[in-house]
Design a protein. Structure first.
Length: 564
């Protein structure tokens, strides 16, 4: 993080300070991160991870890692493993405090029985649609279920039959008896348990009834001694129910605090929508580098430091807002500029022959690995008579302010020499330029000209005899609409998928040193952007992903401005 950056105010941090000063919770700070194992984590979860683990670290407390595994029909061990890997990658450690809501199933069941005995819960045979109908609306009070007044003994017997598997899915539920006229719809006899005859990834078929989130979450917090249960704002209206369960059972009572979730431009953050993209083949998987999942961002070349910096910069508030994706990209550039090693790669090669350079000669030129960090040292780059440059770095009839290579013009080759274009070779059939003929000035090696003449452009290059072939994948924003979830009438969020979100270049050439980099290493291809080696690289095949461009070209493209 930049030394001149001051974190924005954090009302949750302020609340914890007040609680510590008052002696509430005995000065303890215990938070938790409770993901559902029904998908991969995304950048929105990173905000919660950084907040919960970060606050615990700041106040000398602990943060538990607890899976909310109460819906077996949507959960999978693949998600459990990926979530743990993502949290570790972000730089956080939960020690021996890995828990599951399923750890507490027996205790939660016993508490449900206690609520039935207290006359505060009952078994209901209304269907799901009927329960919604009876619940009423924001302007209309709900109606009591015809099963609401059944006896404690009957509900206890029916609940036991629910547990033993004597009912089918949806045949009945356990509901809390609170207030069907409450202005808060969440308090109108909410469902506590439903029947699901699905195999659970941890408990198998031991259970066929599963607690609802509102019931399990607060009581799991209580069991673990959580002090500050930090949730997103959609749970603000659920807080009275969170409190009700704890008070009705007379157990230890944590404090639920809500904050605004992260909404990111040109992105969808709904796991349901992300799953839809994966299942329909709109992306290659949860770790597709265009996805906002942490797995996808890691594969694309994002660093955990950049993501943590971003989460700190956006702050914590209660008002929903749309954060500009450009800020996340800025944080990535800022981090990679410091840590990424520089290399030369040519994505769209154009052959260059230096006519006055000795045939068969090769030089080893000194190249800086990172001008921002001298400790990274230098490397040797081979130079020879035949090179590749970017096709975009030459124009036969250049417009004004195009300073790169053109007939008769001289430019500098990075770390090498001044070269001048003295000829152009074209394809006889198409007229396309296929080769440039150049001359070089041997007195200009590694710097300027002895006579003081100047050039206006420096180009990157690779030696054809030494360059490694590579595939380069250029990723861009997955959606063209700033808020794709807010689709126009008659359209779906998928109607805004960017058809240019991925461009695959299969005939690239990179300097030989790139053959020894590891998957995920932060790299800068000089003048082109930040990249990393993709896991698809194998058997000598090099595949690179572009993490981000060197500059924010999207804004210029949207305005119709030149980016060249």
């Amino acid at each position: 993080m930049s030394s001149d950056f001051t974190p924005p105010p954090n009302f949750i941090r302020t609340r914890i300070i007040e609680d510590n000063e008052s002696g509430r919770f005995g000065g303890r700070v215990m938070t938790r991160f409770p993901p559902e194992p029904n998908g991969y984590l995304h950048i929105g979860h990173a905000k919660s991870i950084c907040l919960n683990f970060g606050l615990a670290q700041e106040f000398g407390g602990l943060c538990n890692f607890r899976f909310d595994d109460t819906n077996p029909s949507k959960e999978d061990i693949e998600y459990v493993e990926s979530i743990q890997a993502d949290v570790r990658w972000l730089g956080f450690d939960w020690g021996d405090r890995l828990y599951y809501a399923s750890d507490y199933f027996e205790r939660l069941y016993e508490w449900a029985v206690e609520l039935i005995r207290k006359g505060r819960a009952y078994v209901d045979h209304l269907t799901a649609d009927e329960i919604r109908e009876y619940r009423g609306t924001l302007t209309q009070s709900g109606r009591n279920s015809p099963y609401r007044d059944r006896s404690v003994e009957e509900s206890l017997a029916l609940f036991e039959k629910m547990r033993s598997g004597e009912f089918q899915d949806g045949e009945c539920v356990l509901r809390t008896r609170i207030d069907m006229s409450s202005p808060n719809l969440n308090m109108r006899d909410p469902v506590m348990y439903r029947i699901k005859h699905d195999e659970h990834h941890r408990t198998g078929r031991r259970w066929c009834i599963y607690p609802m989130y509102d019931y399990a979450h607060g009581l799991s917090d209580s069991i673990e001694g959580i002090t500050h249960s930090i949730c997103t704002m959609e749970y603000e209206d659920h807080r009275p129910l969170y409190d009700w369960y704890l008070d009705a059972l007379g157990v230890y009572h944590p404090q639920q605090i809500e904050f605004a979730r992260l909404n990111l431009s040109y992105t969808v953050m709904s796991k349901r929508k992300l799953l839809q993209l994966v299942r329909e083949g709109q992306v290659s998987g949860w770790d597709d580098p265009r996805m906002p999942t942490l797995a996808g961002m890691r594969r694309r070349g994002y660093t955990p430091e950049a993501i943590r910096n971003f989460c700190e910069r956006i702050g914590v508030g209660k008002k929903e807002s749309l954060v500009d994706l450009a800020l996340l990209e800025f944080c990535l550039r800022e981090d990679l500029n410091r840590r990424a090693r520089r290399f030369m790669a040519v994505l769209r090669p154009l052959r260059v022959v230096i006519e006055n350079y000795p045939e068969g000669q090769t030089e080893e030129l000194e190249a800086v690995n990172n001008p921002e960090d001298g400790s990274m040292g230098t490397r040797k780059v081979p130079f020879s008579r035949v090179l590749y440059i970017e096709r975009d770095d030459f124009m036969e009839n250049p417009p004004k302010k195009f300073y790169r290579l053109a007939p008769g013009r001289e430019v500098r080759l990075r770390y090498a020499y001044f070269v001048r274009c003295v000829g152009v070779v074209k394809d006889d059939a198409t007229g396309e330029v296929v080769e440039l003929r150049c001359s070089y000035d041997p007195e200009t090696r590694g710097g300027g000209a002895p006579d003081g003449r100047q050039v206006k452009a420096t180009l990157h290059w690779v030696s054809t005899d030494h360059a490694q072939p590579a595939e380069v994948r250029l990723y861009d924003r997955l959606f063209t609409r700033e808020n794709p979830a807010d689709a126009e009438e008659g359209l779906d969020f998928k109607d805004y998928i960017n058809p240019r979100s991925l461009e695959v270049l299969s005939d690239c050439r990179v300097e030989p040193a790139l053959a020894s980099v590891s998957v995920g290493d932060p790299l800068q291809f000089e003048r082109l952007g930040y990249f990393c080696l993709d896991p698809d690289s194998a058997g000598g095949r090099l595949v690179f992903n572009r993490a981000v461009t060197l500059r924010d070209t999207w804004a210029k493209i949207q305005k119709g401005e030149s980016v060249g």
